[in-house]
Design a protein around this ligand. Structure first.
Ligand code: HEM
Length: 138
């Protein structure tokens, strides 16, 4: 189930992001704060929210589009903060591509998510999330 993968991935990224925050605090070196922030916000907040949506509206998570969306978000949520950290540590030469590429992948994932949300928010759910026998042609 796509929501399971996203929810589990998001809490693992949160643990890594918080560990980075603790290390920054211990070392009193906050240079990697933007990488920490984006790992926590994209990797946990956005991914957990999307995972919850797919759990709430199972039909939204059943199509190929949702699998592509989840894959893009997972790849982007890792590549983007890593790219930011690499640029902050070693400079833009050679590493900028990971930050920019990661940002574009995350944008594509969120744009796809917006499309899925618009297509599925009208679905009537019974109780907590089971759509009334509906699956989407996506
Ligand atoms: C164990 C948990 C956490 C620790 C120890 C921690 C630690 C830190 C530290 C040391 C900074 C840098 C502060 C500075 O530049 O003066 C920071 C910045 C930040 N953190 Fe965390 N953090 C934690 C969890 C989180 C979570 C869960 C989120 C978001 C969901 C978050 C979002 C941010 C943001 C947005 C910034 C500002 C980044 C910037 O200024 O570029 N943090 N955090």
């Amino acid at each position: 189930m796509i929501s399971t993968v996203m929810l589990r991935t998001s809490v693992i990224l949160l643990l890594i992001g918080m560990t980075l925050g603790i290390v920054m605090g211990i070392r009193q070196d906050f240079a990697l704060a933007p990488a920490h922030a984006h790992l926590n916000l994209v990797g946990f907040v956005v991914m957990f929210a999307a995972g919850l949506y797919y759990r709430l509206v199972p039909a939204a998570g059943e199509g190929v589009l949702a699998k592509v969306q989840a894959t893009l978000l997972i790849v982007g949520a890792i590549t983007f903060p890593l790219g930011i950290a690499a640029v902050l540590t070693w400079g833009p030469a050679g590493f900028e591509i990971f930050a920019i590429g990661g940002a574009l992948i995350v944008f594509a994932a969120v744009a796809l998510f917006a499309w899925i949300v618009f297509r599925t928010t009208a679905i009537r759910t019974v109780g907590i999330g089971r759509p009334a026998g509906l699956s989407l042609p996506i």
